[in-house]
Design a protein. Structure first.
Ligand SMILES: *Cc1c(COP(=O)(O)O)cnc(C)c1O
Length: 220
């Protein structure tokens, strides 16, 4: 069985190879290790191997796990990649360095209030429902311009877009569309690509890939 350091090296090599194919530098892509459902005992070896960027999908779980892990190792950045309820906006702003799931006007308003109160703003991504799937989170493609305008008006700086493409079909057209939307709105960051497809995401412009299973093994 591979150990954690070997898995990390393999993912980093995959990112570097994809970046090279696209004429990009590997340093342009940030690897976010998705540690949702993982206990501290599984996360520590990855930190020991040098990984510093982590992603969680729930505020409460992150608040339970990360203060202690952060106290052990300086320089950890924490990314919220799951849906955020407006009533958790303050807690999320206090805990996370980046929020990838800004997806509706009420959340924009809640985050604007929370950031003003805290005097800081995490890096923000608008999550786009890139396949316009009925049950999926994220802002509809057609609603993106209005949501971005609302964020600007509320004093929030949006730096990028995030998407989870539809399952069971090739993700590449969706990665290309997210890249195009980001370009159109002059947003520098693209959060796209997971364990099964981070290579093609990097080729198509990802600046942040969110990888869980390929680093930690299958989730329970
Ligand atoms: C769980 C999750 C990931 C990681 O998925 P893997 O297939 O385990 O790499 C990435 N992004 C989001 C939003 C997730 O919820």
């Amino acid at each position: 069985m591979e150990d954690t350091a070997q898995r990390l090296a393999k993912v980093e090599a995959g990112i570097a190879a994809a970046a090279a194919r696209a004429g990009r530098k590997p340093g342009e892509v940030q690897l976010i290790a998705v540690s949702k459902t993982q206990e501290a005992v599984s996360i520590r070896p990855l930190i020991a191997a040098g990984q510093r960027h982590f992603g969680e999908n729930r505020v409460q779980e992150a608040a339970d796990k990360w203060p202690a892990l952060r106290a052990e190792t300086p320089g950890i950045t924490l990314h919220l990649i799951g849906q955020l309820q407006s009533n958790k906006a303050e807690e999320a702003v206090a805990l996370f360095d980046a929020i990838h799931s800004v997806d509706r006007p009420s959340l924009v308003q809640a985050l604007a209030r929370a950031c003003a109160k805290a005097g800081r703003q995490p890096q923000l991504f608008v999550q786009v429902n890139i396949g316009d799937e009925e049950q999926k989170g994220g802002c509809g493609v057609a609603d993106l311009p209005a949501l971005l305008a609302e964020a600007t008006e509320a004093g929030l700086k949006i730096e990028g877009l995030m998407a989870i493409p539809p399952a069971d079909v090739s993700p590449t057209p969706y990665f290309a569309l997210l890249d195009e939307l980001a370009e159109r709105h002059a947003l520098p960051l693209r959060s796209m690509g997971m364990s099964g497809d981070y290579g093609s995401a990097v080729i198509l412009g990802a600046t942040h890939v969110r990888v869980g299973t390929a680093l930690f093994g299958t989730r329970a």
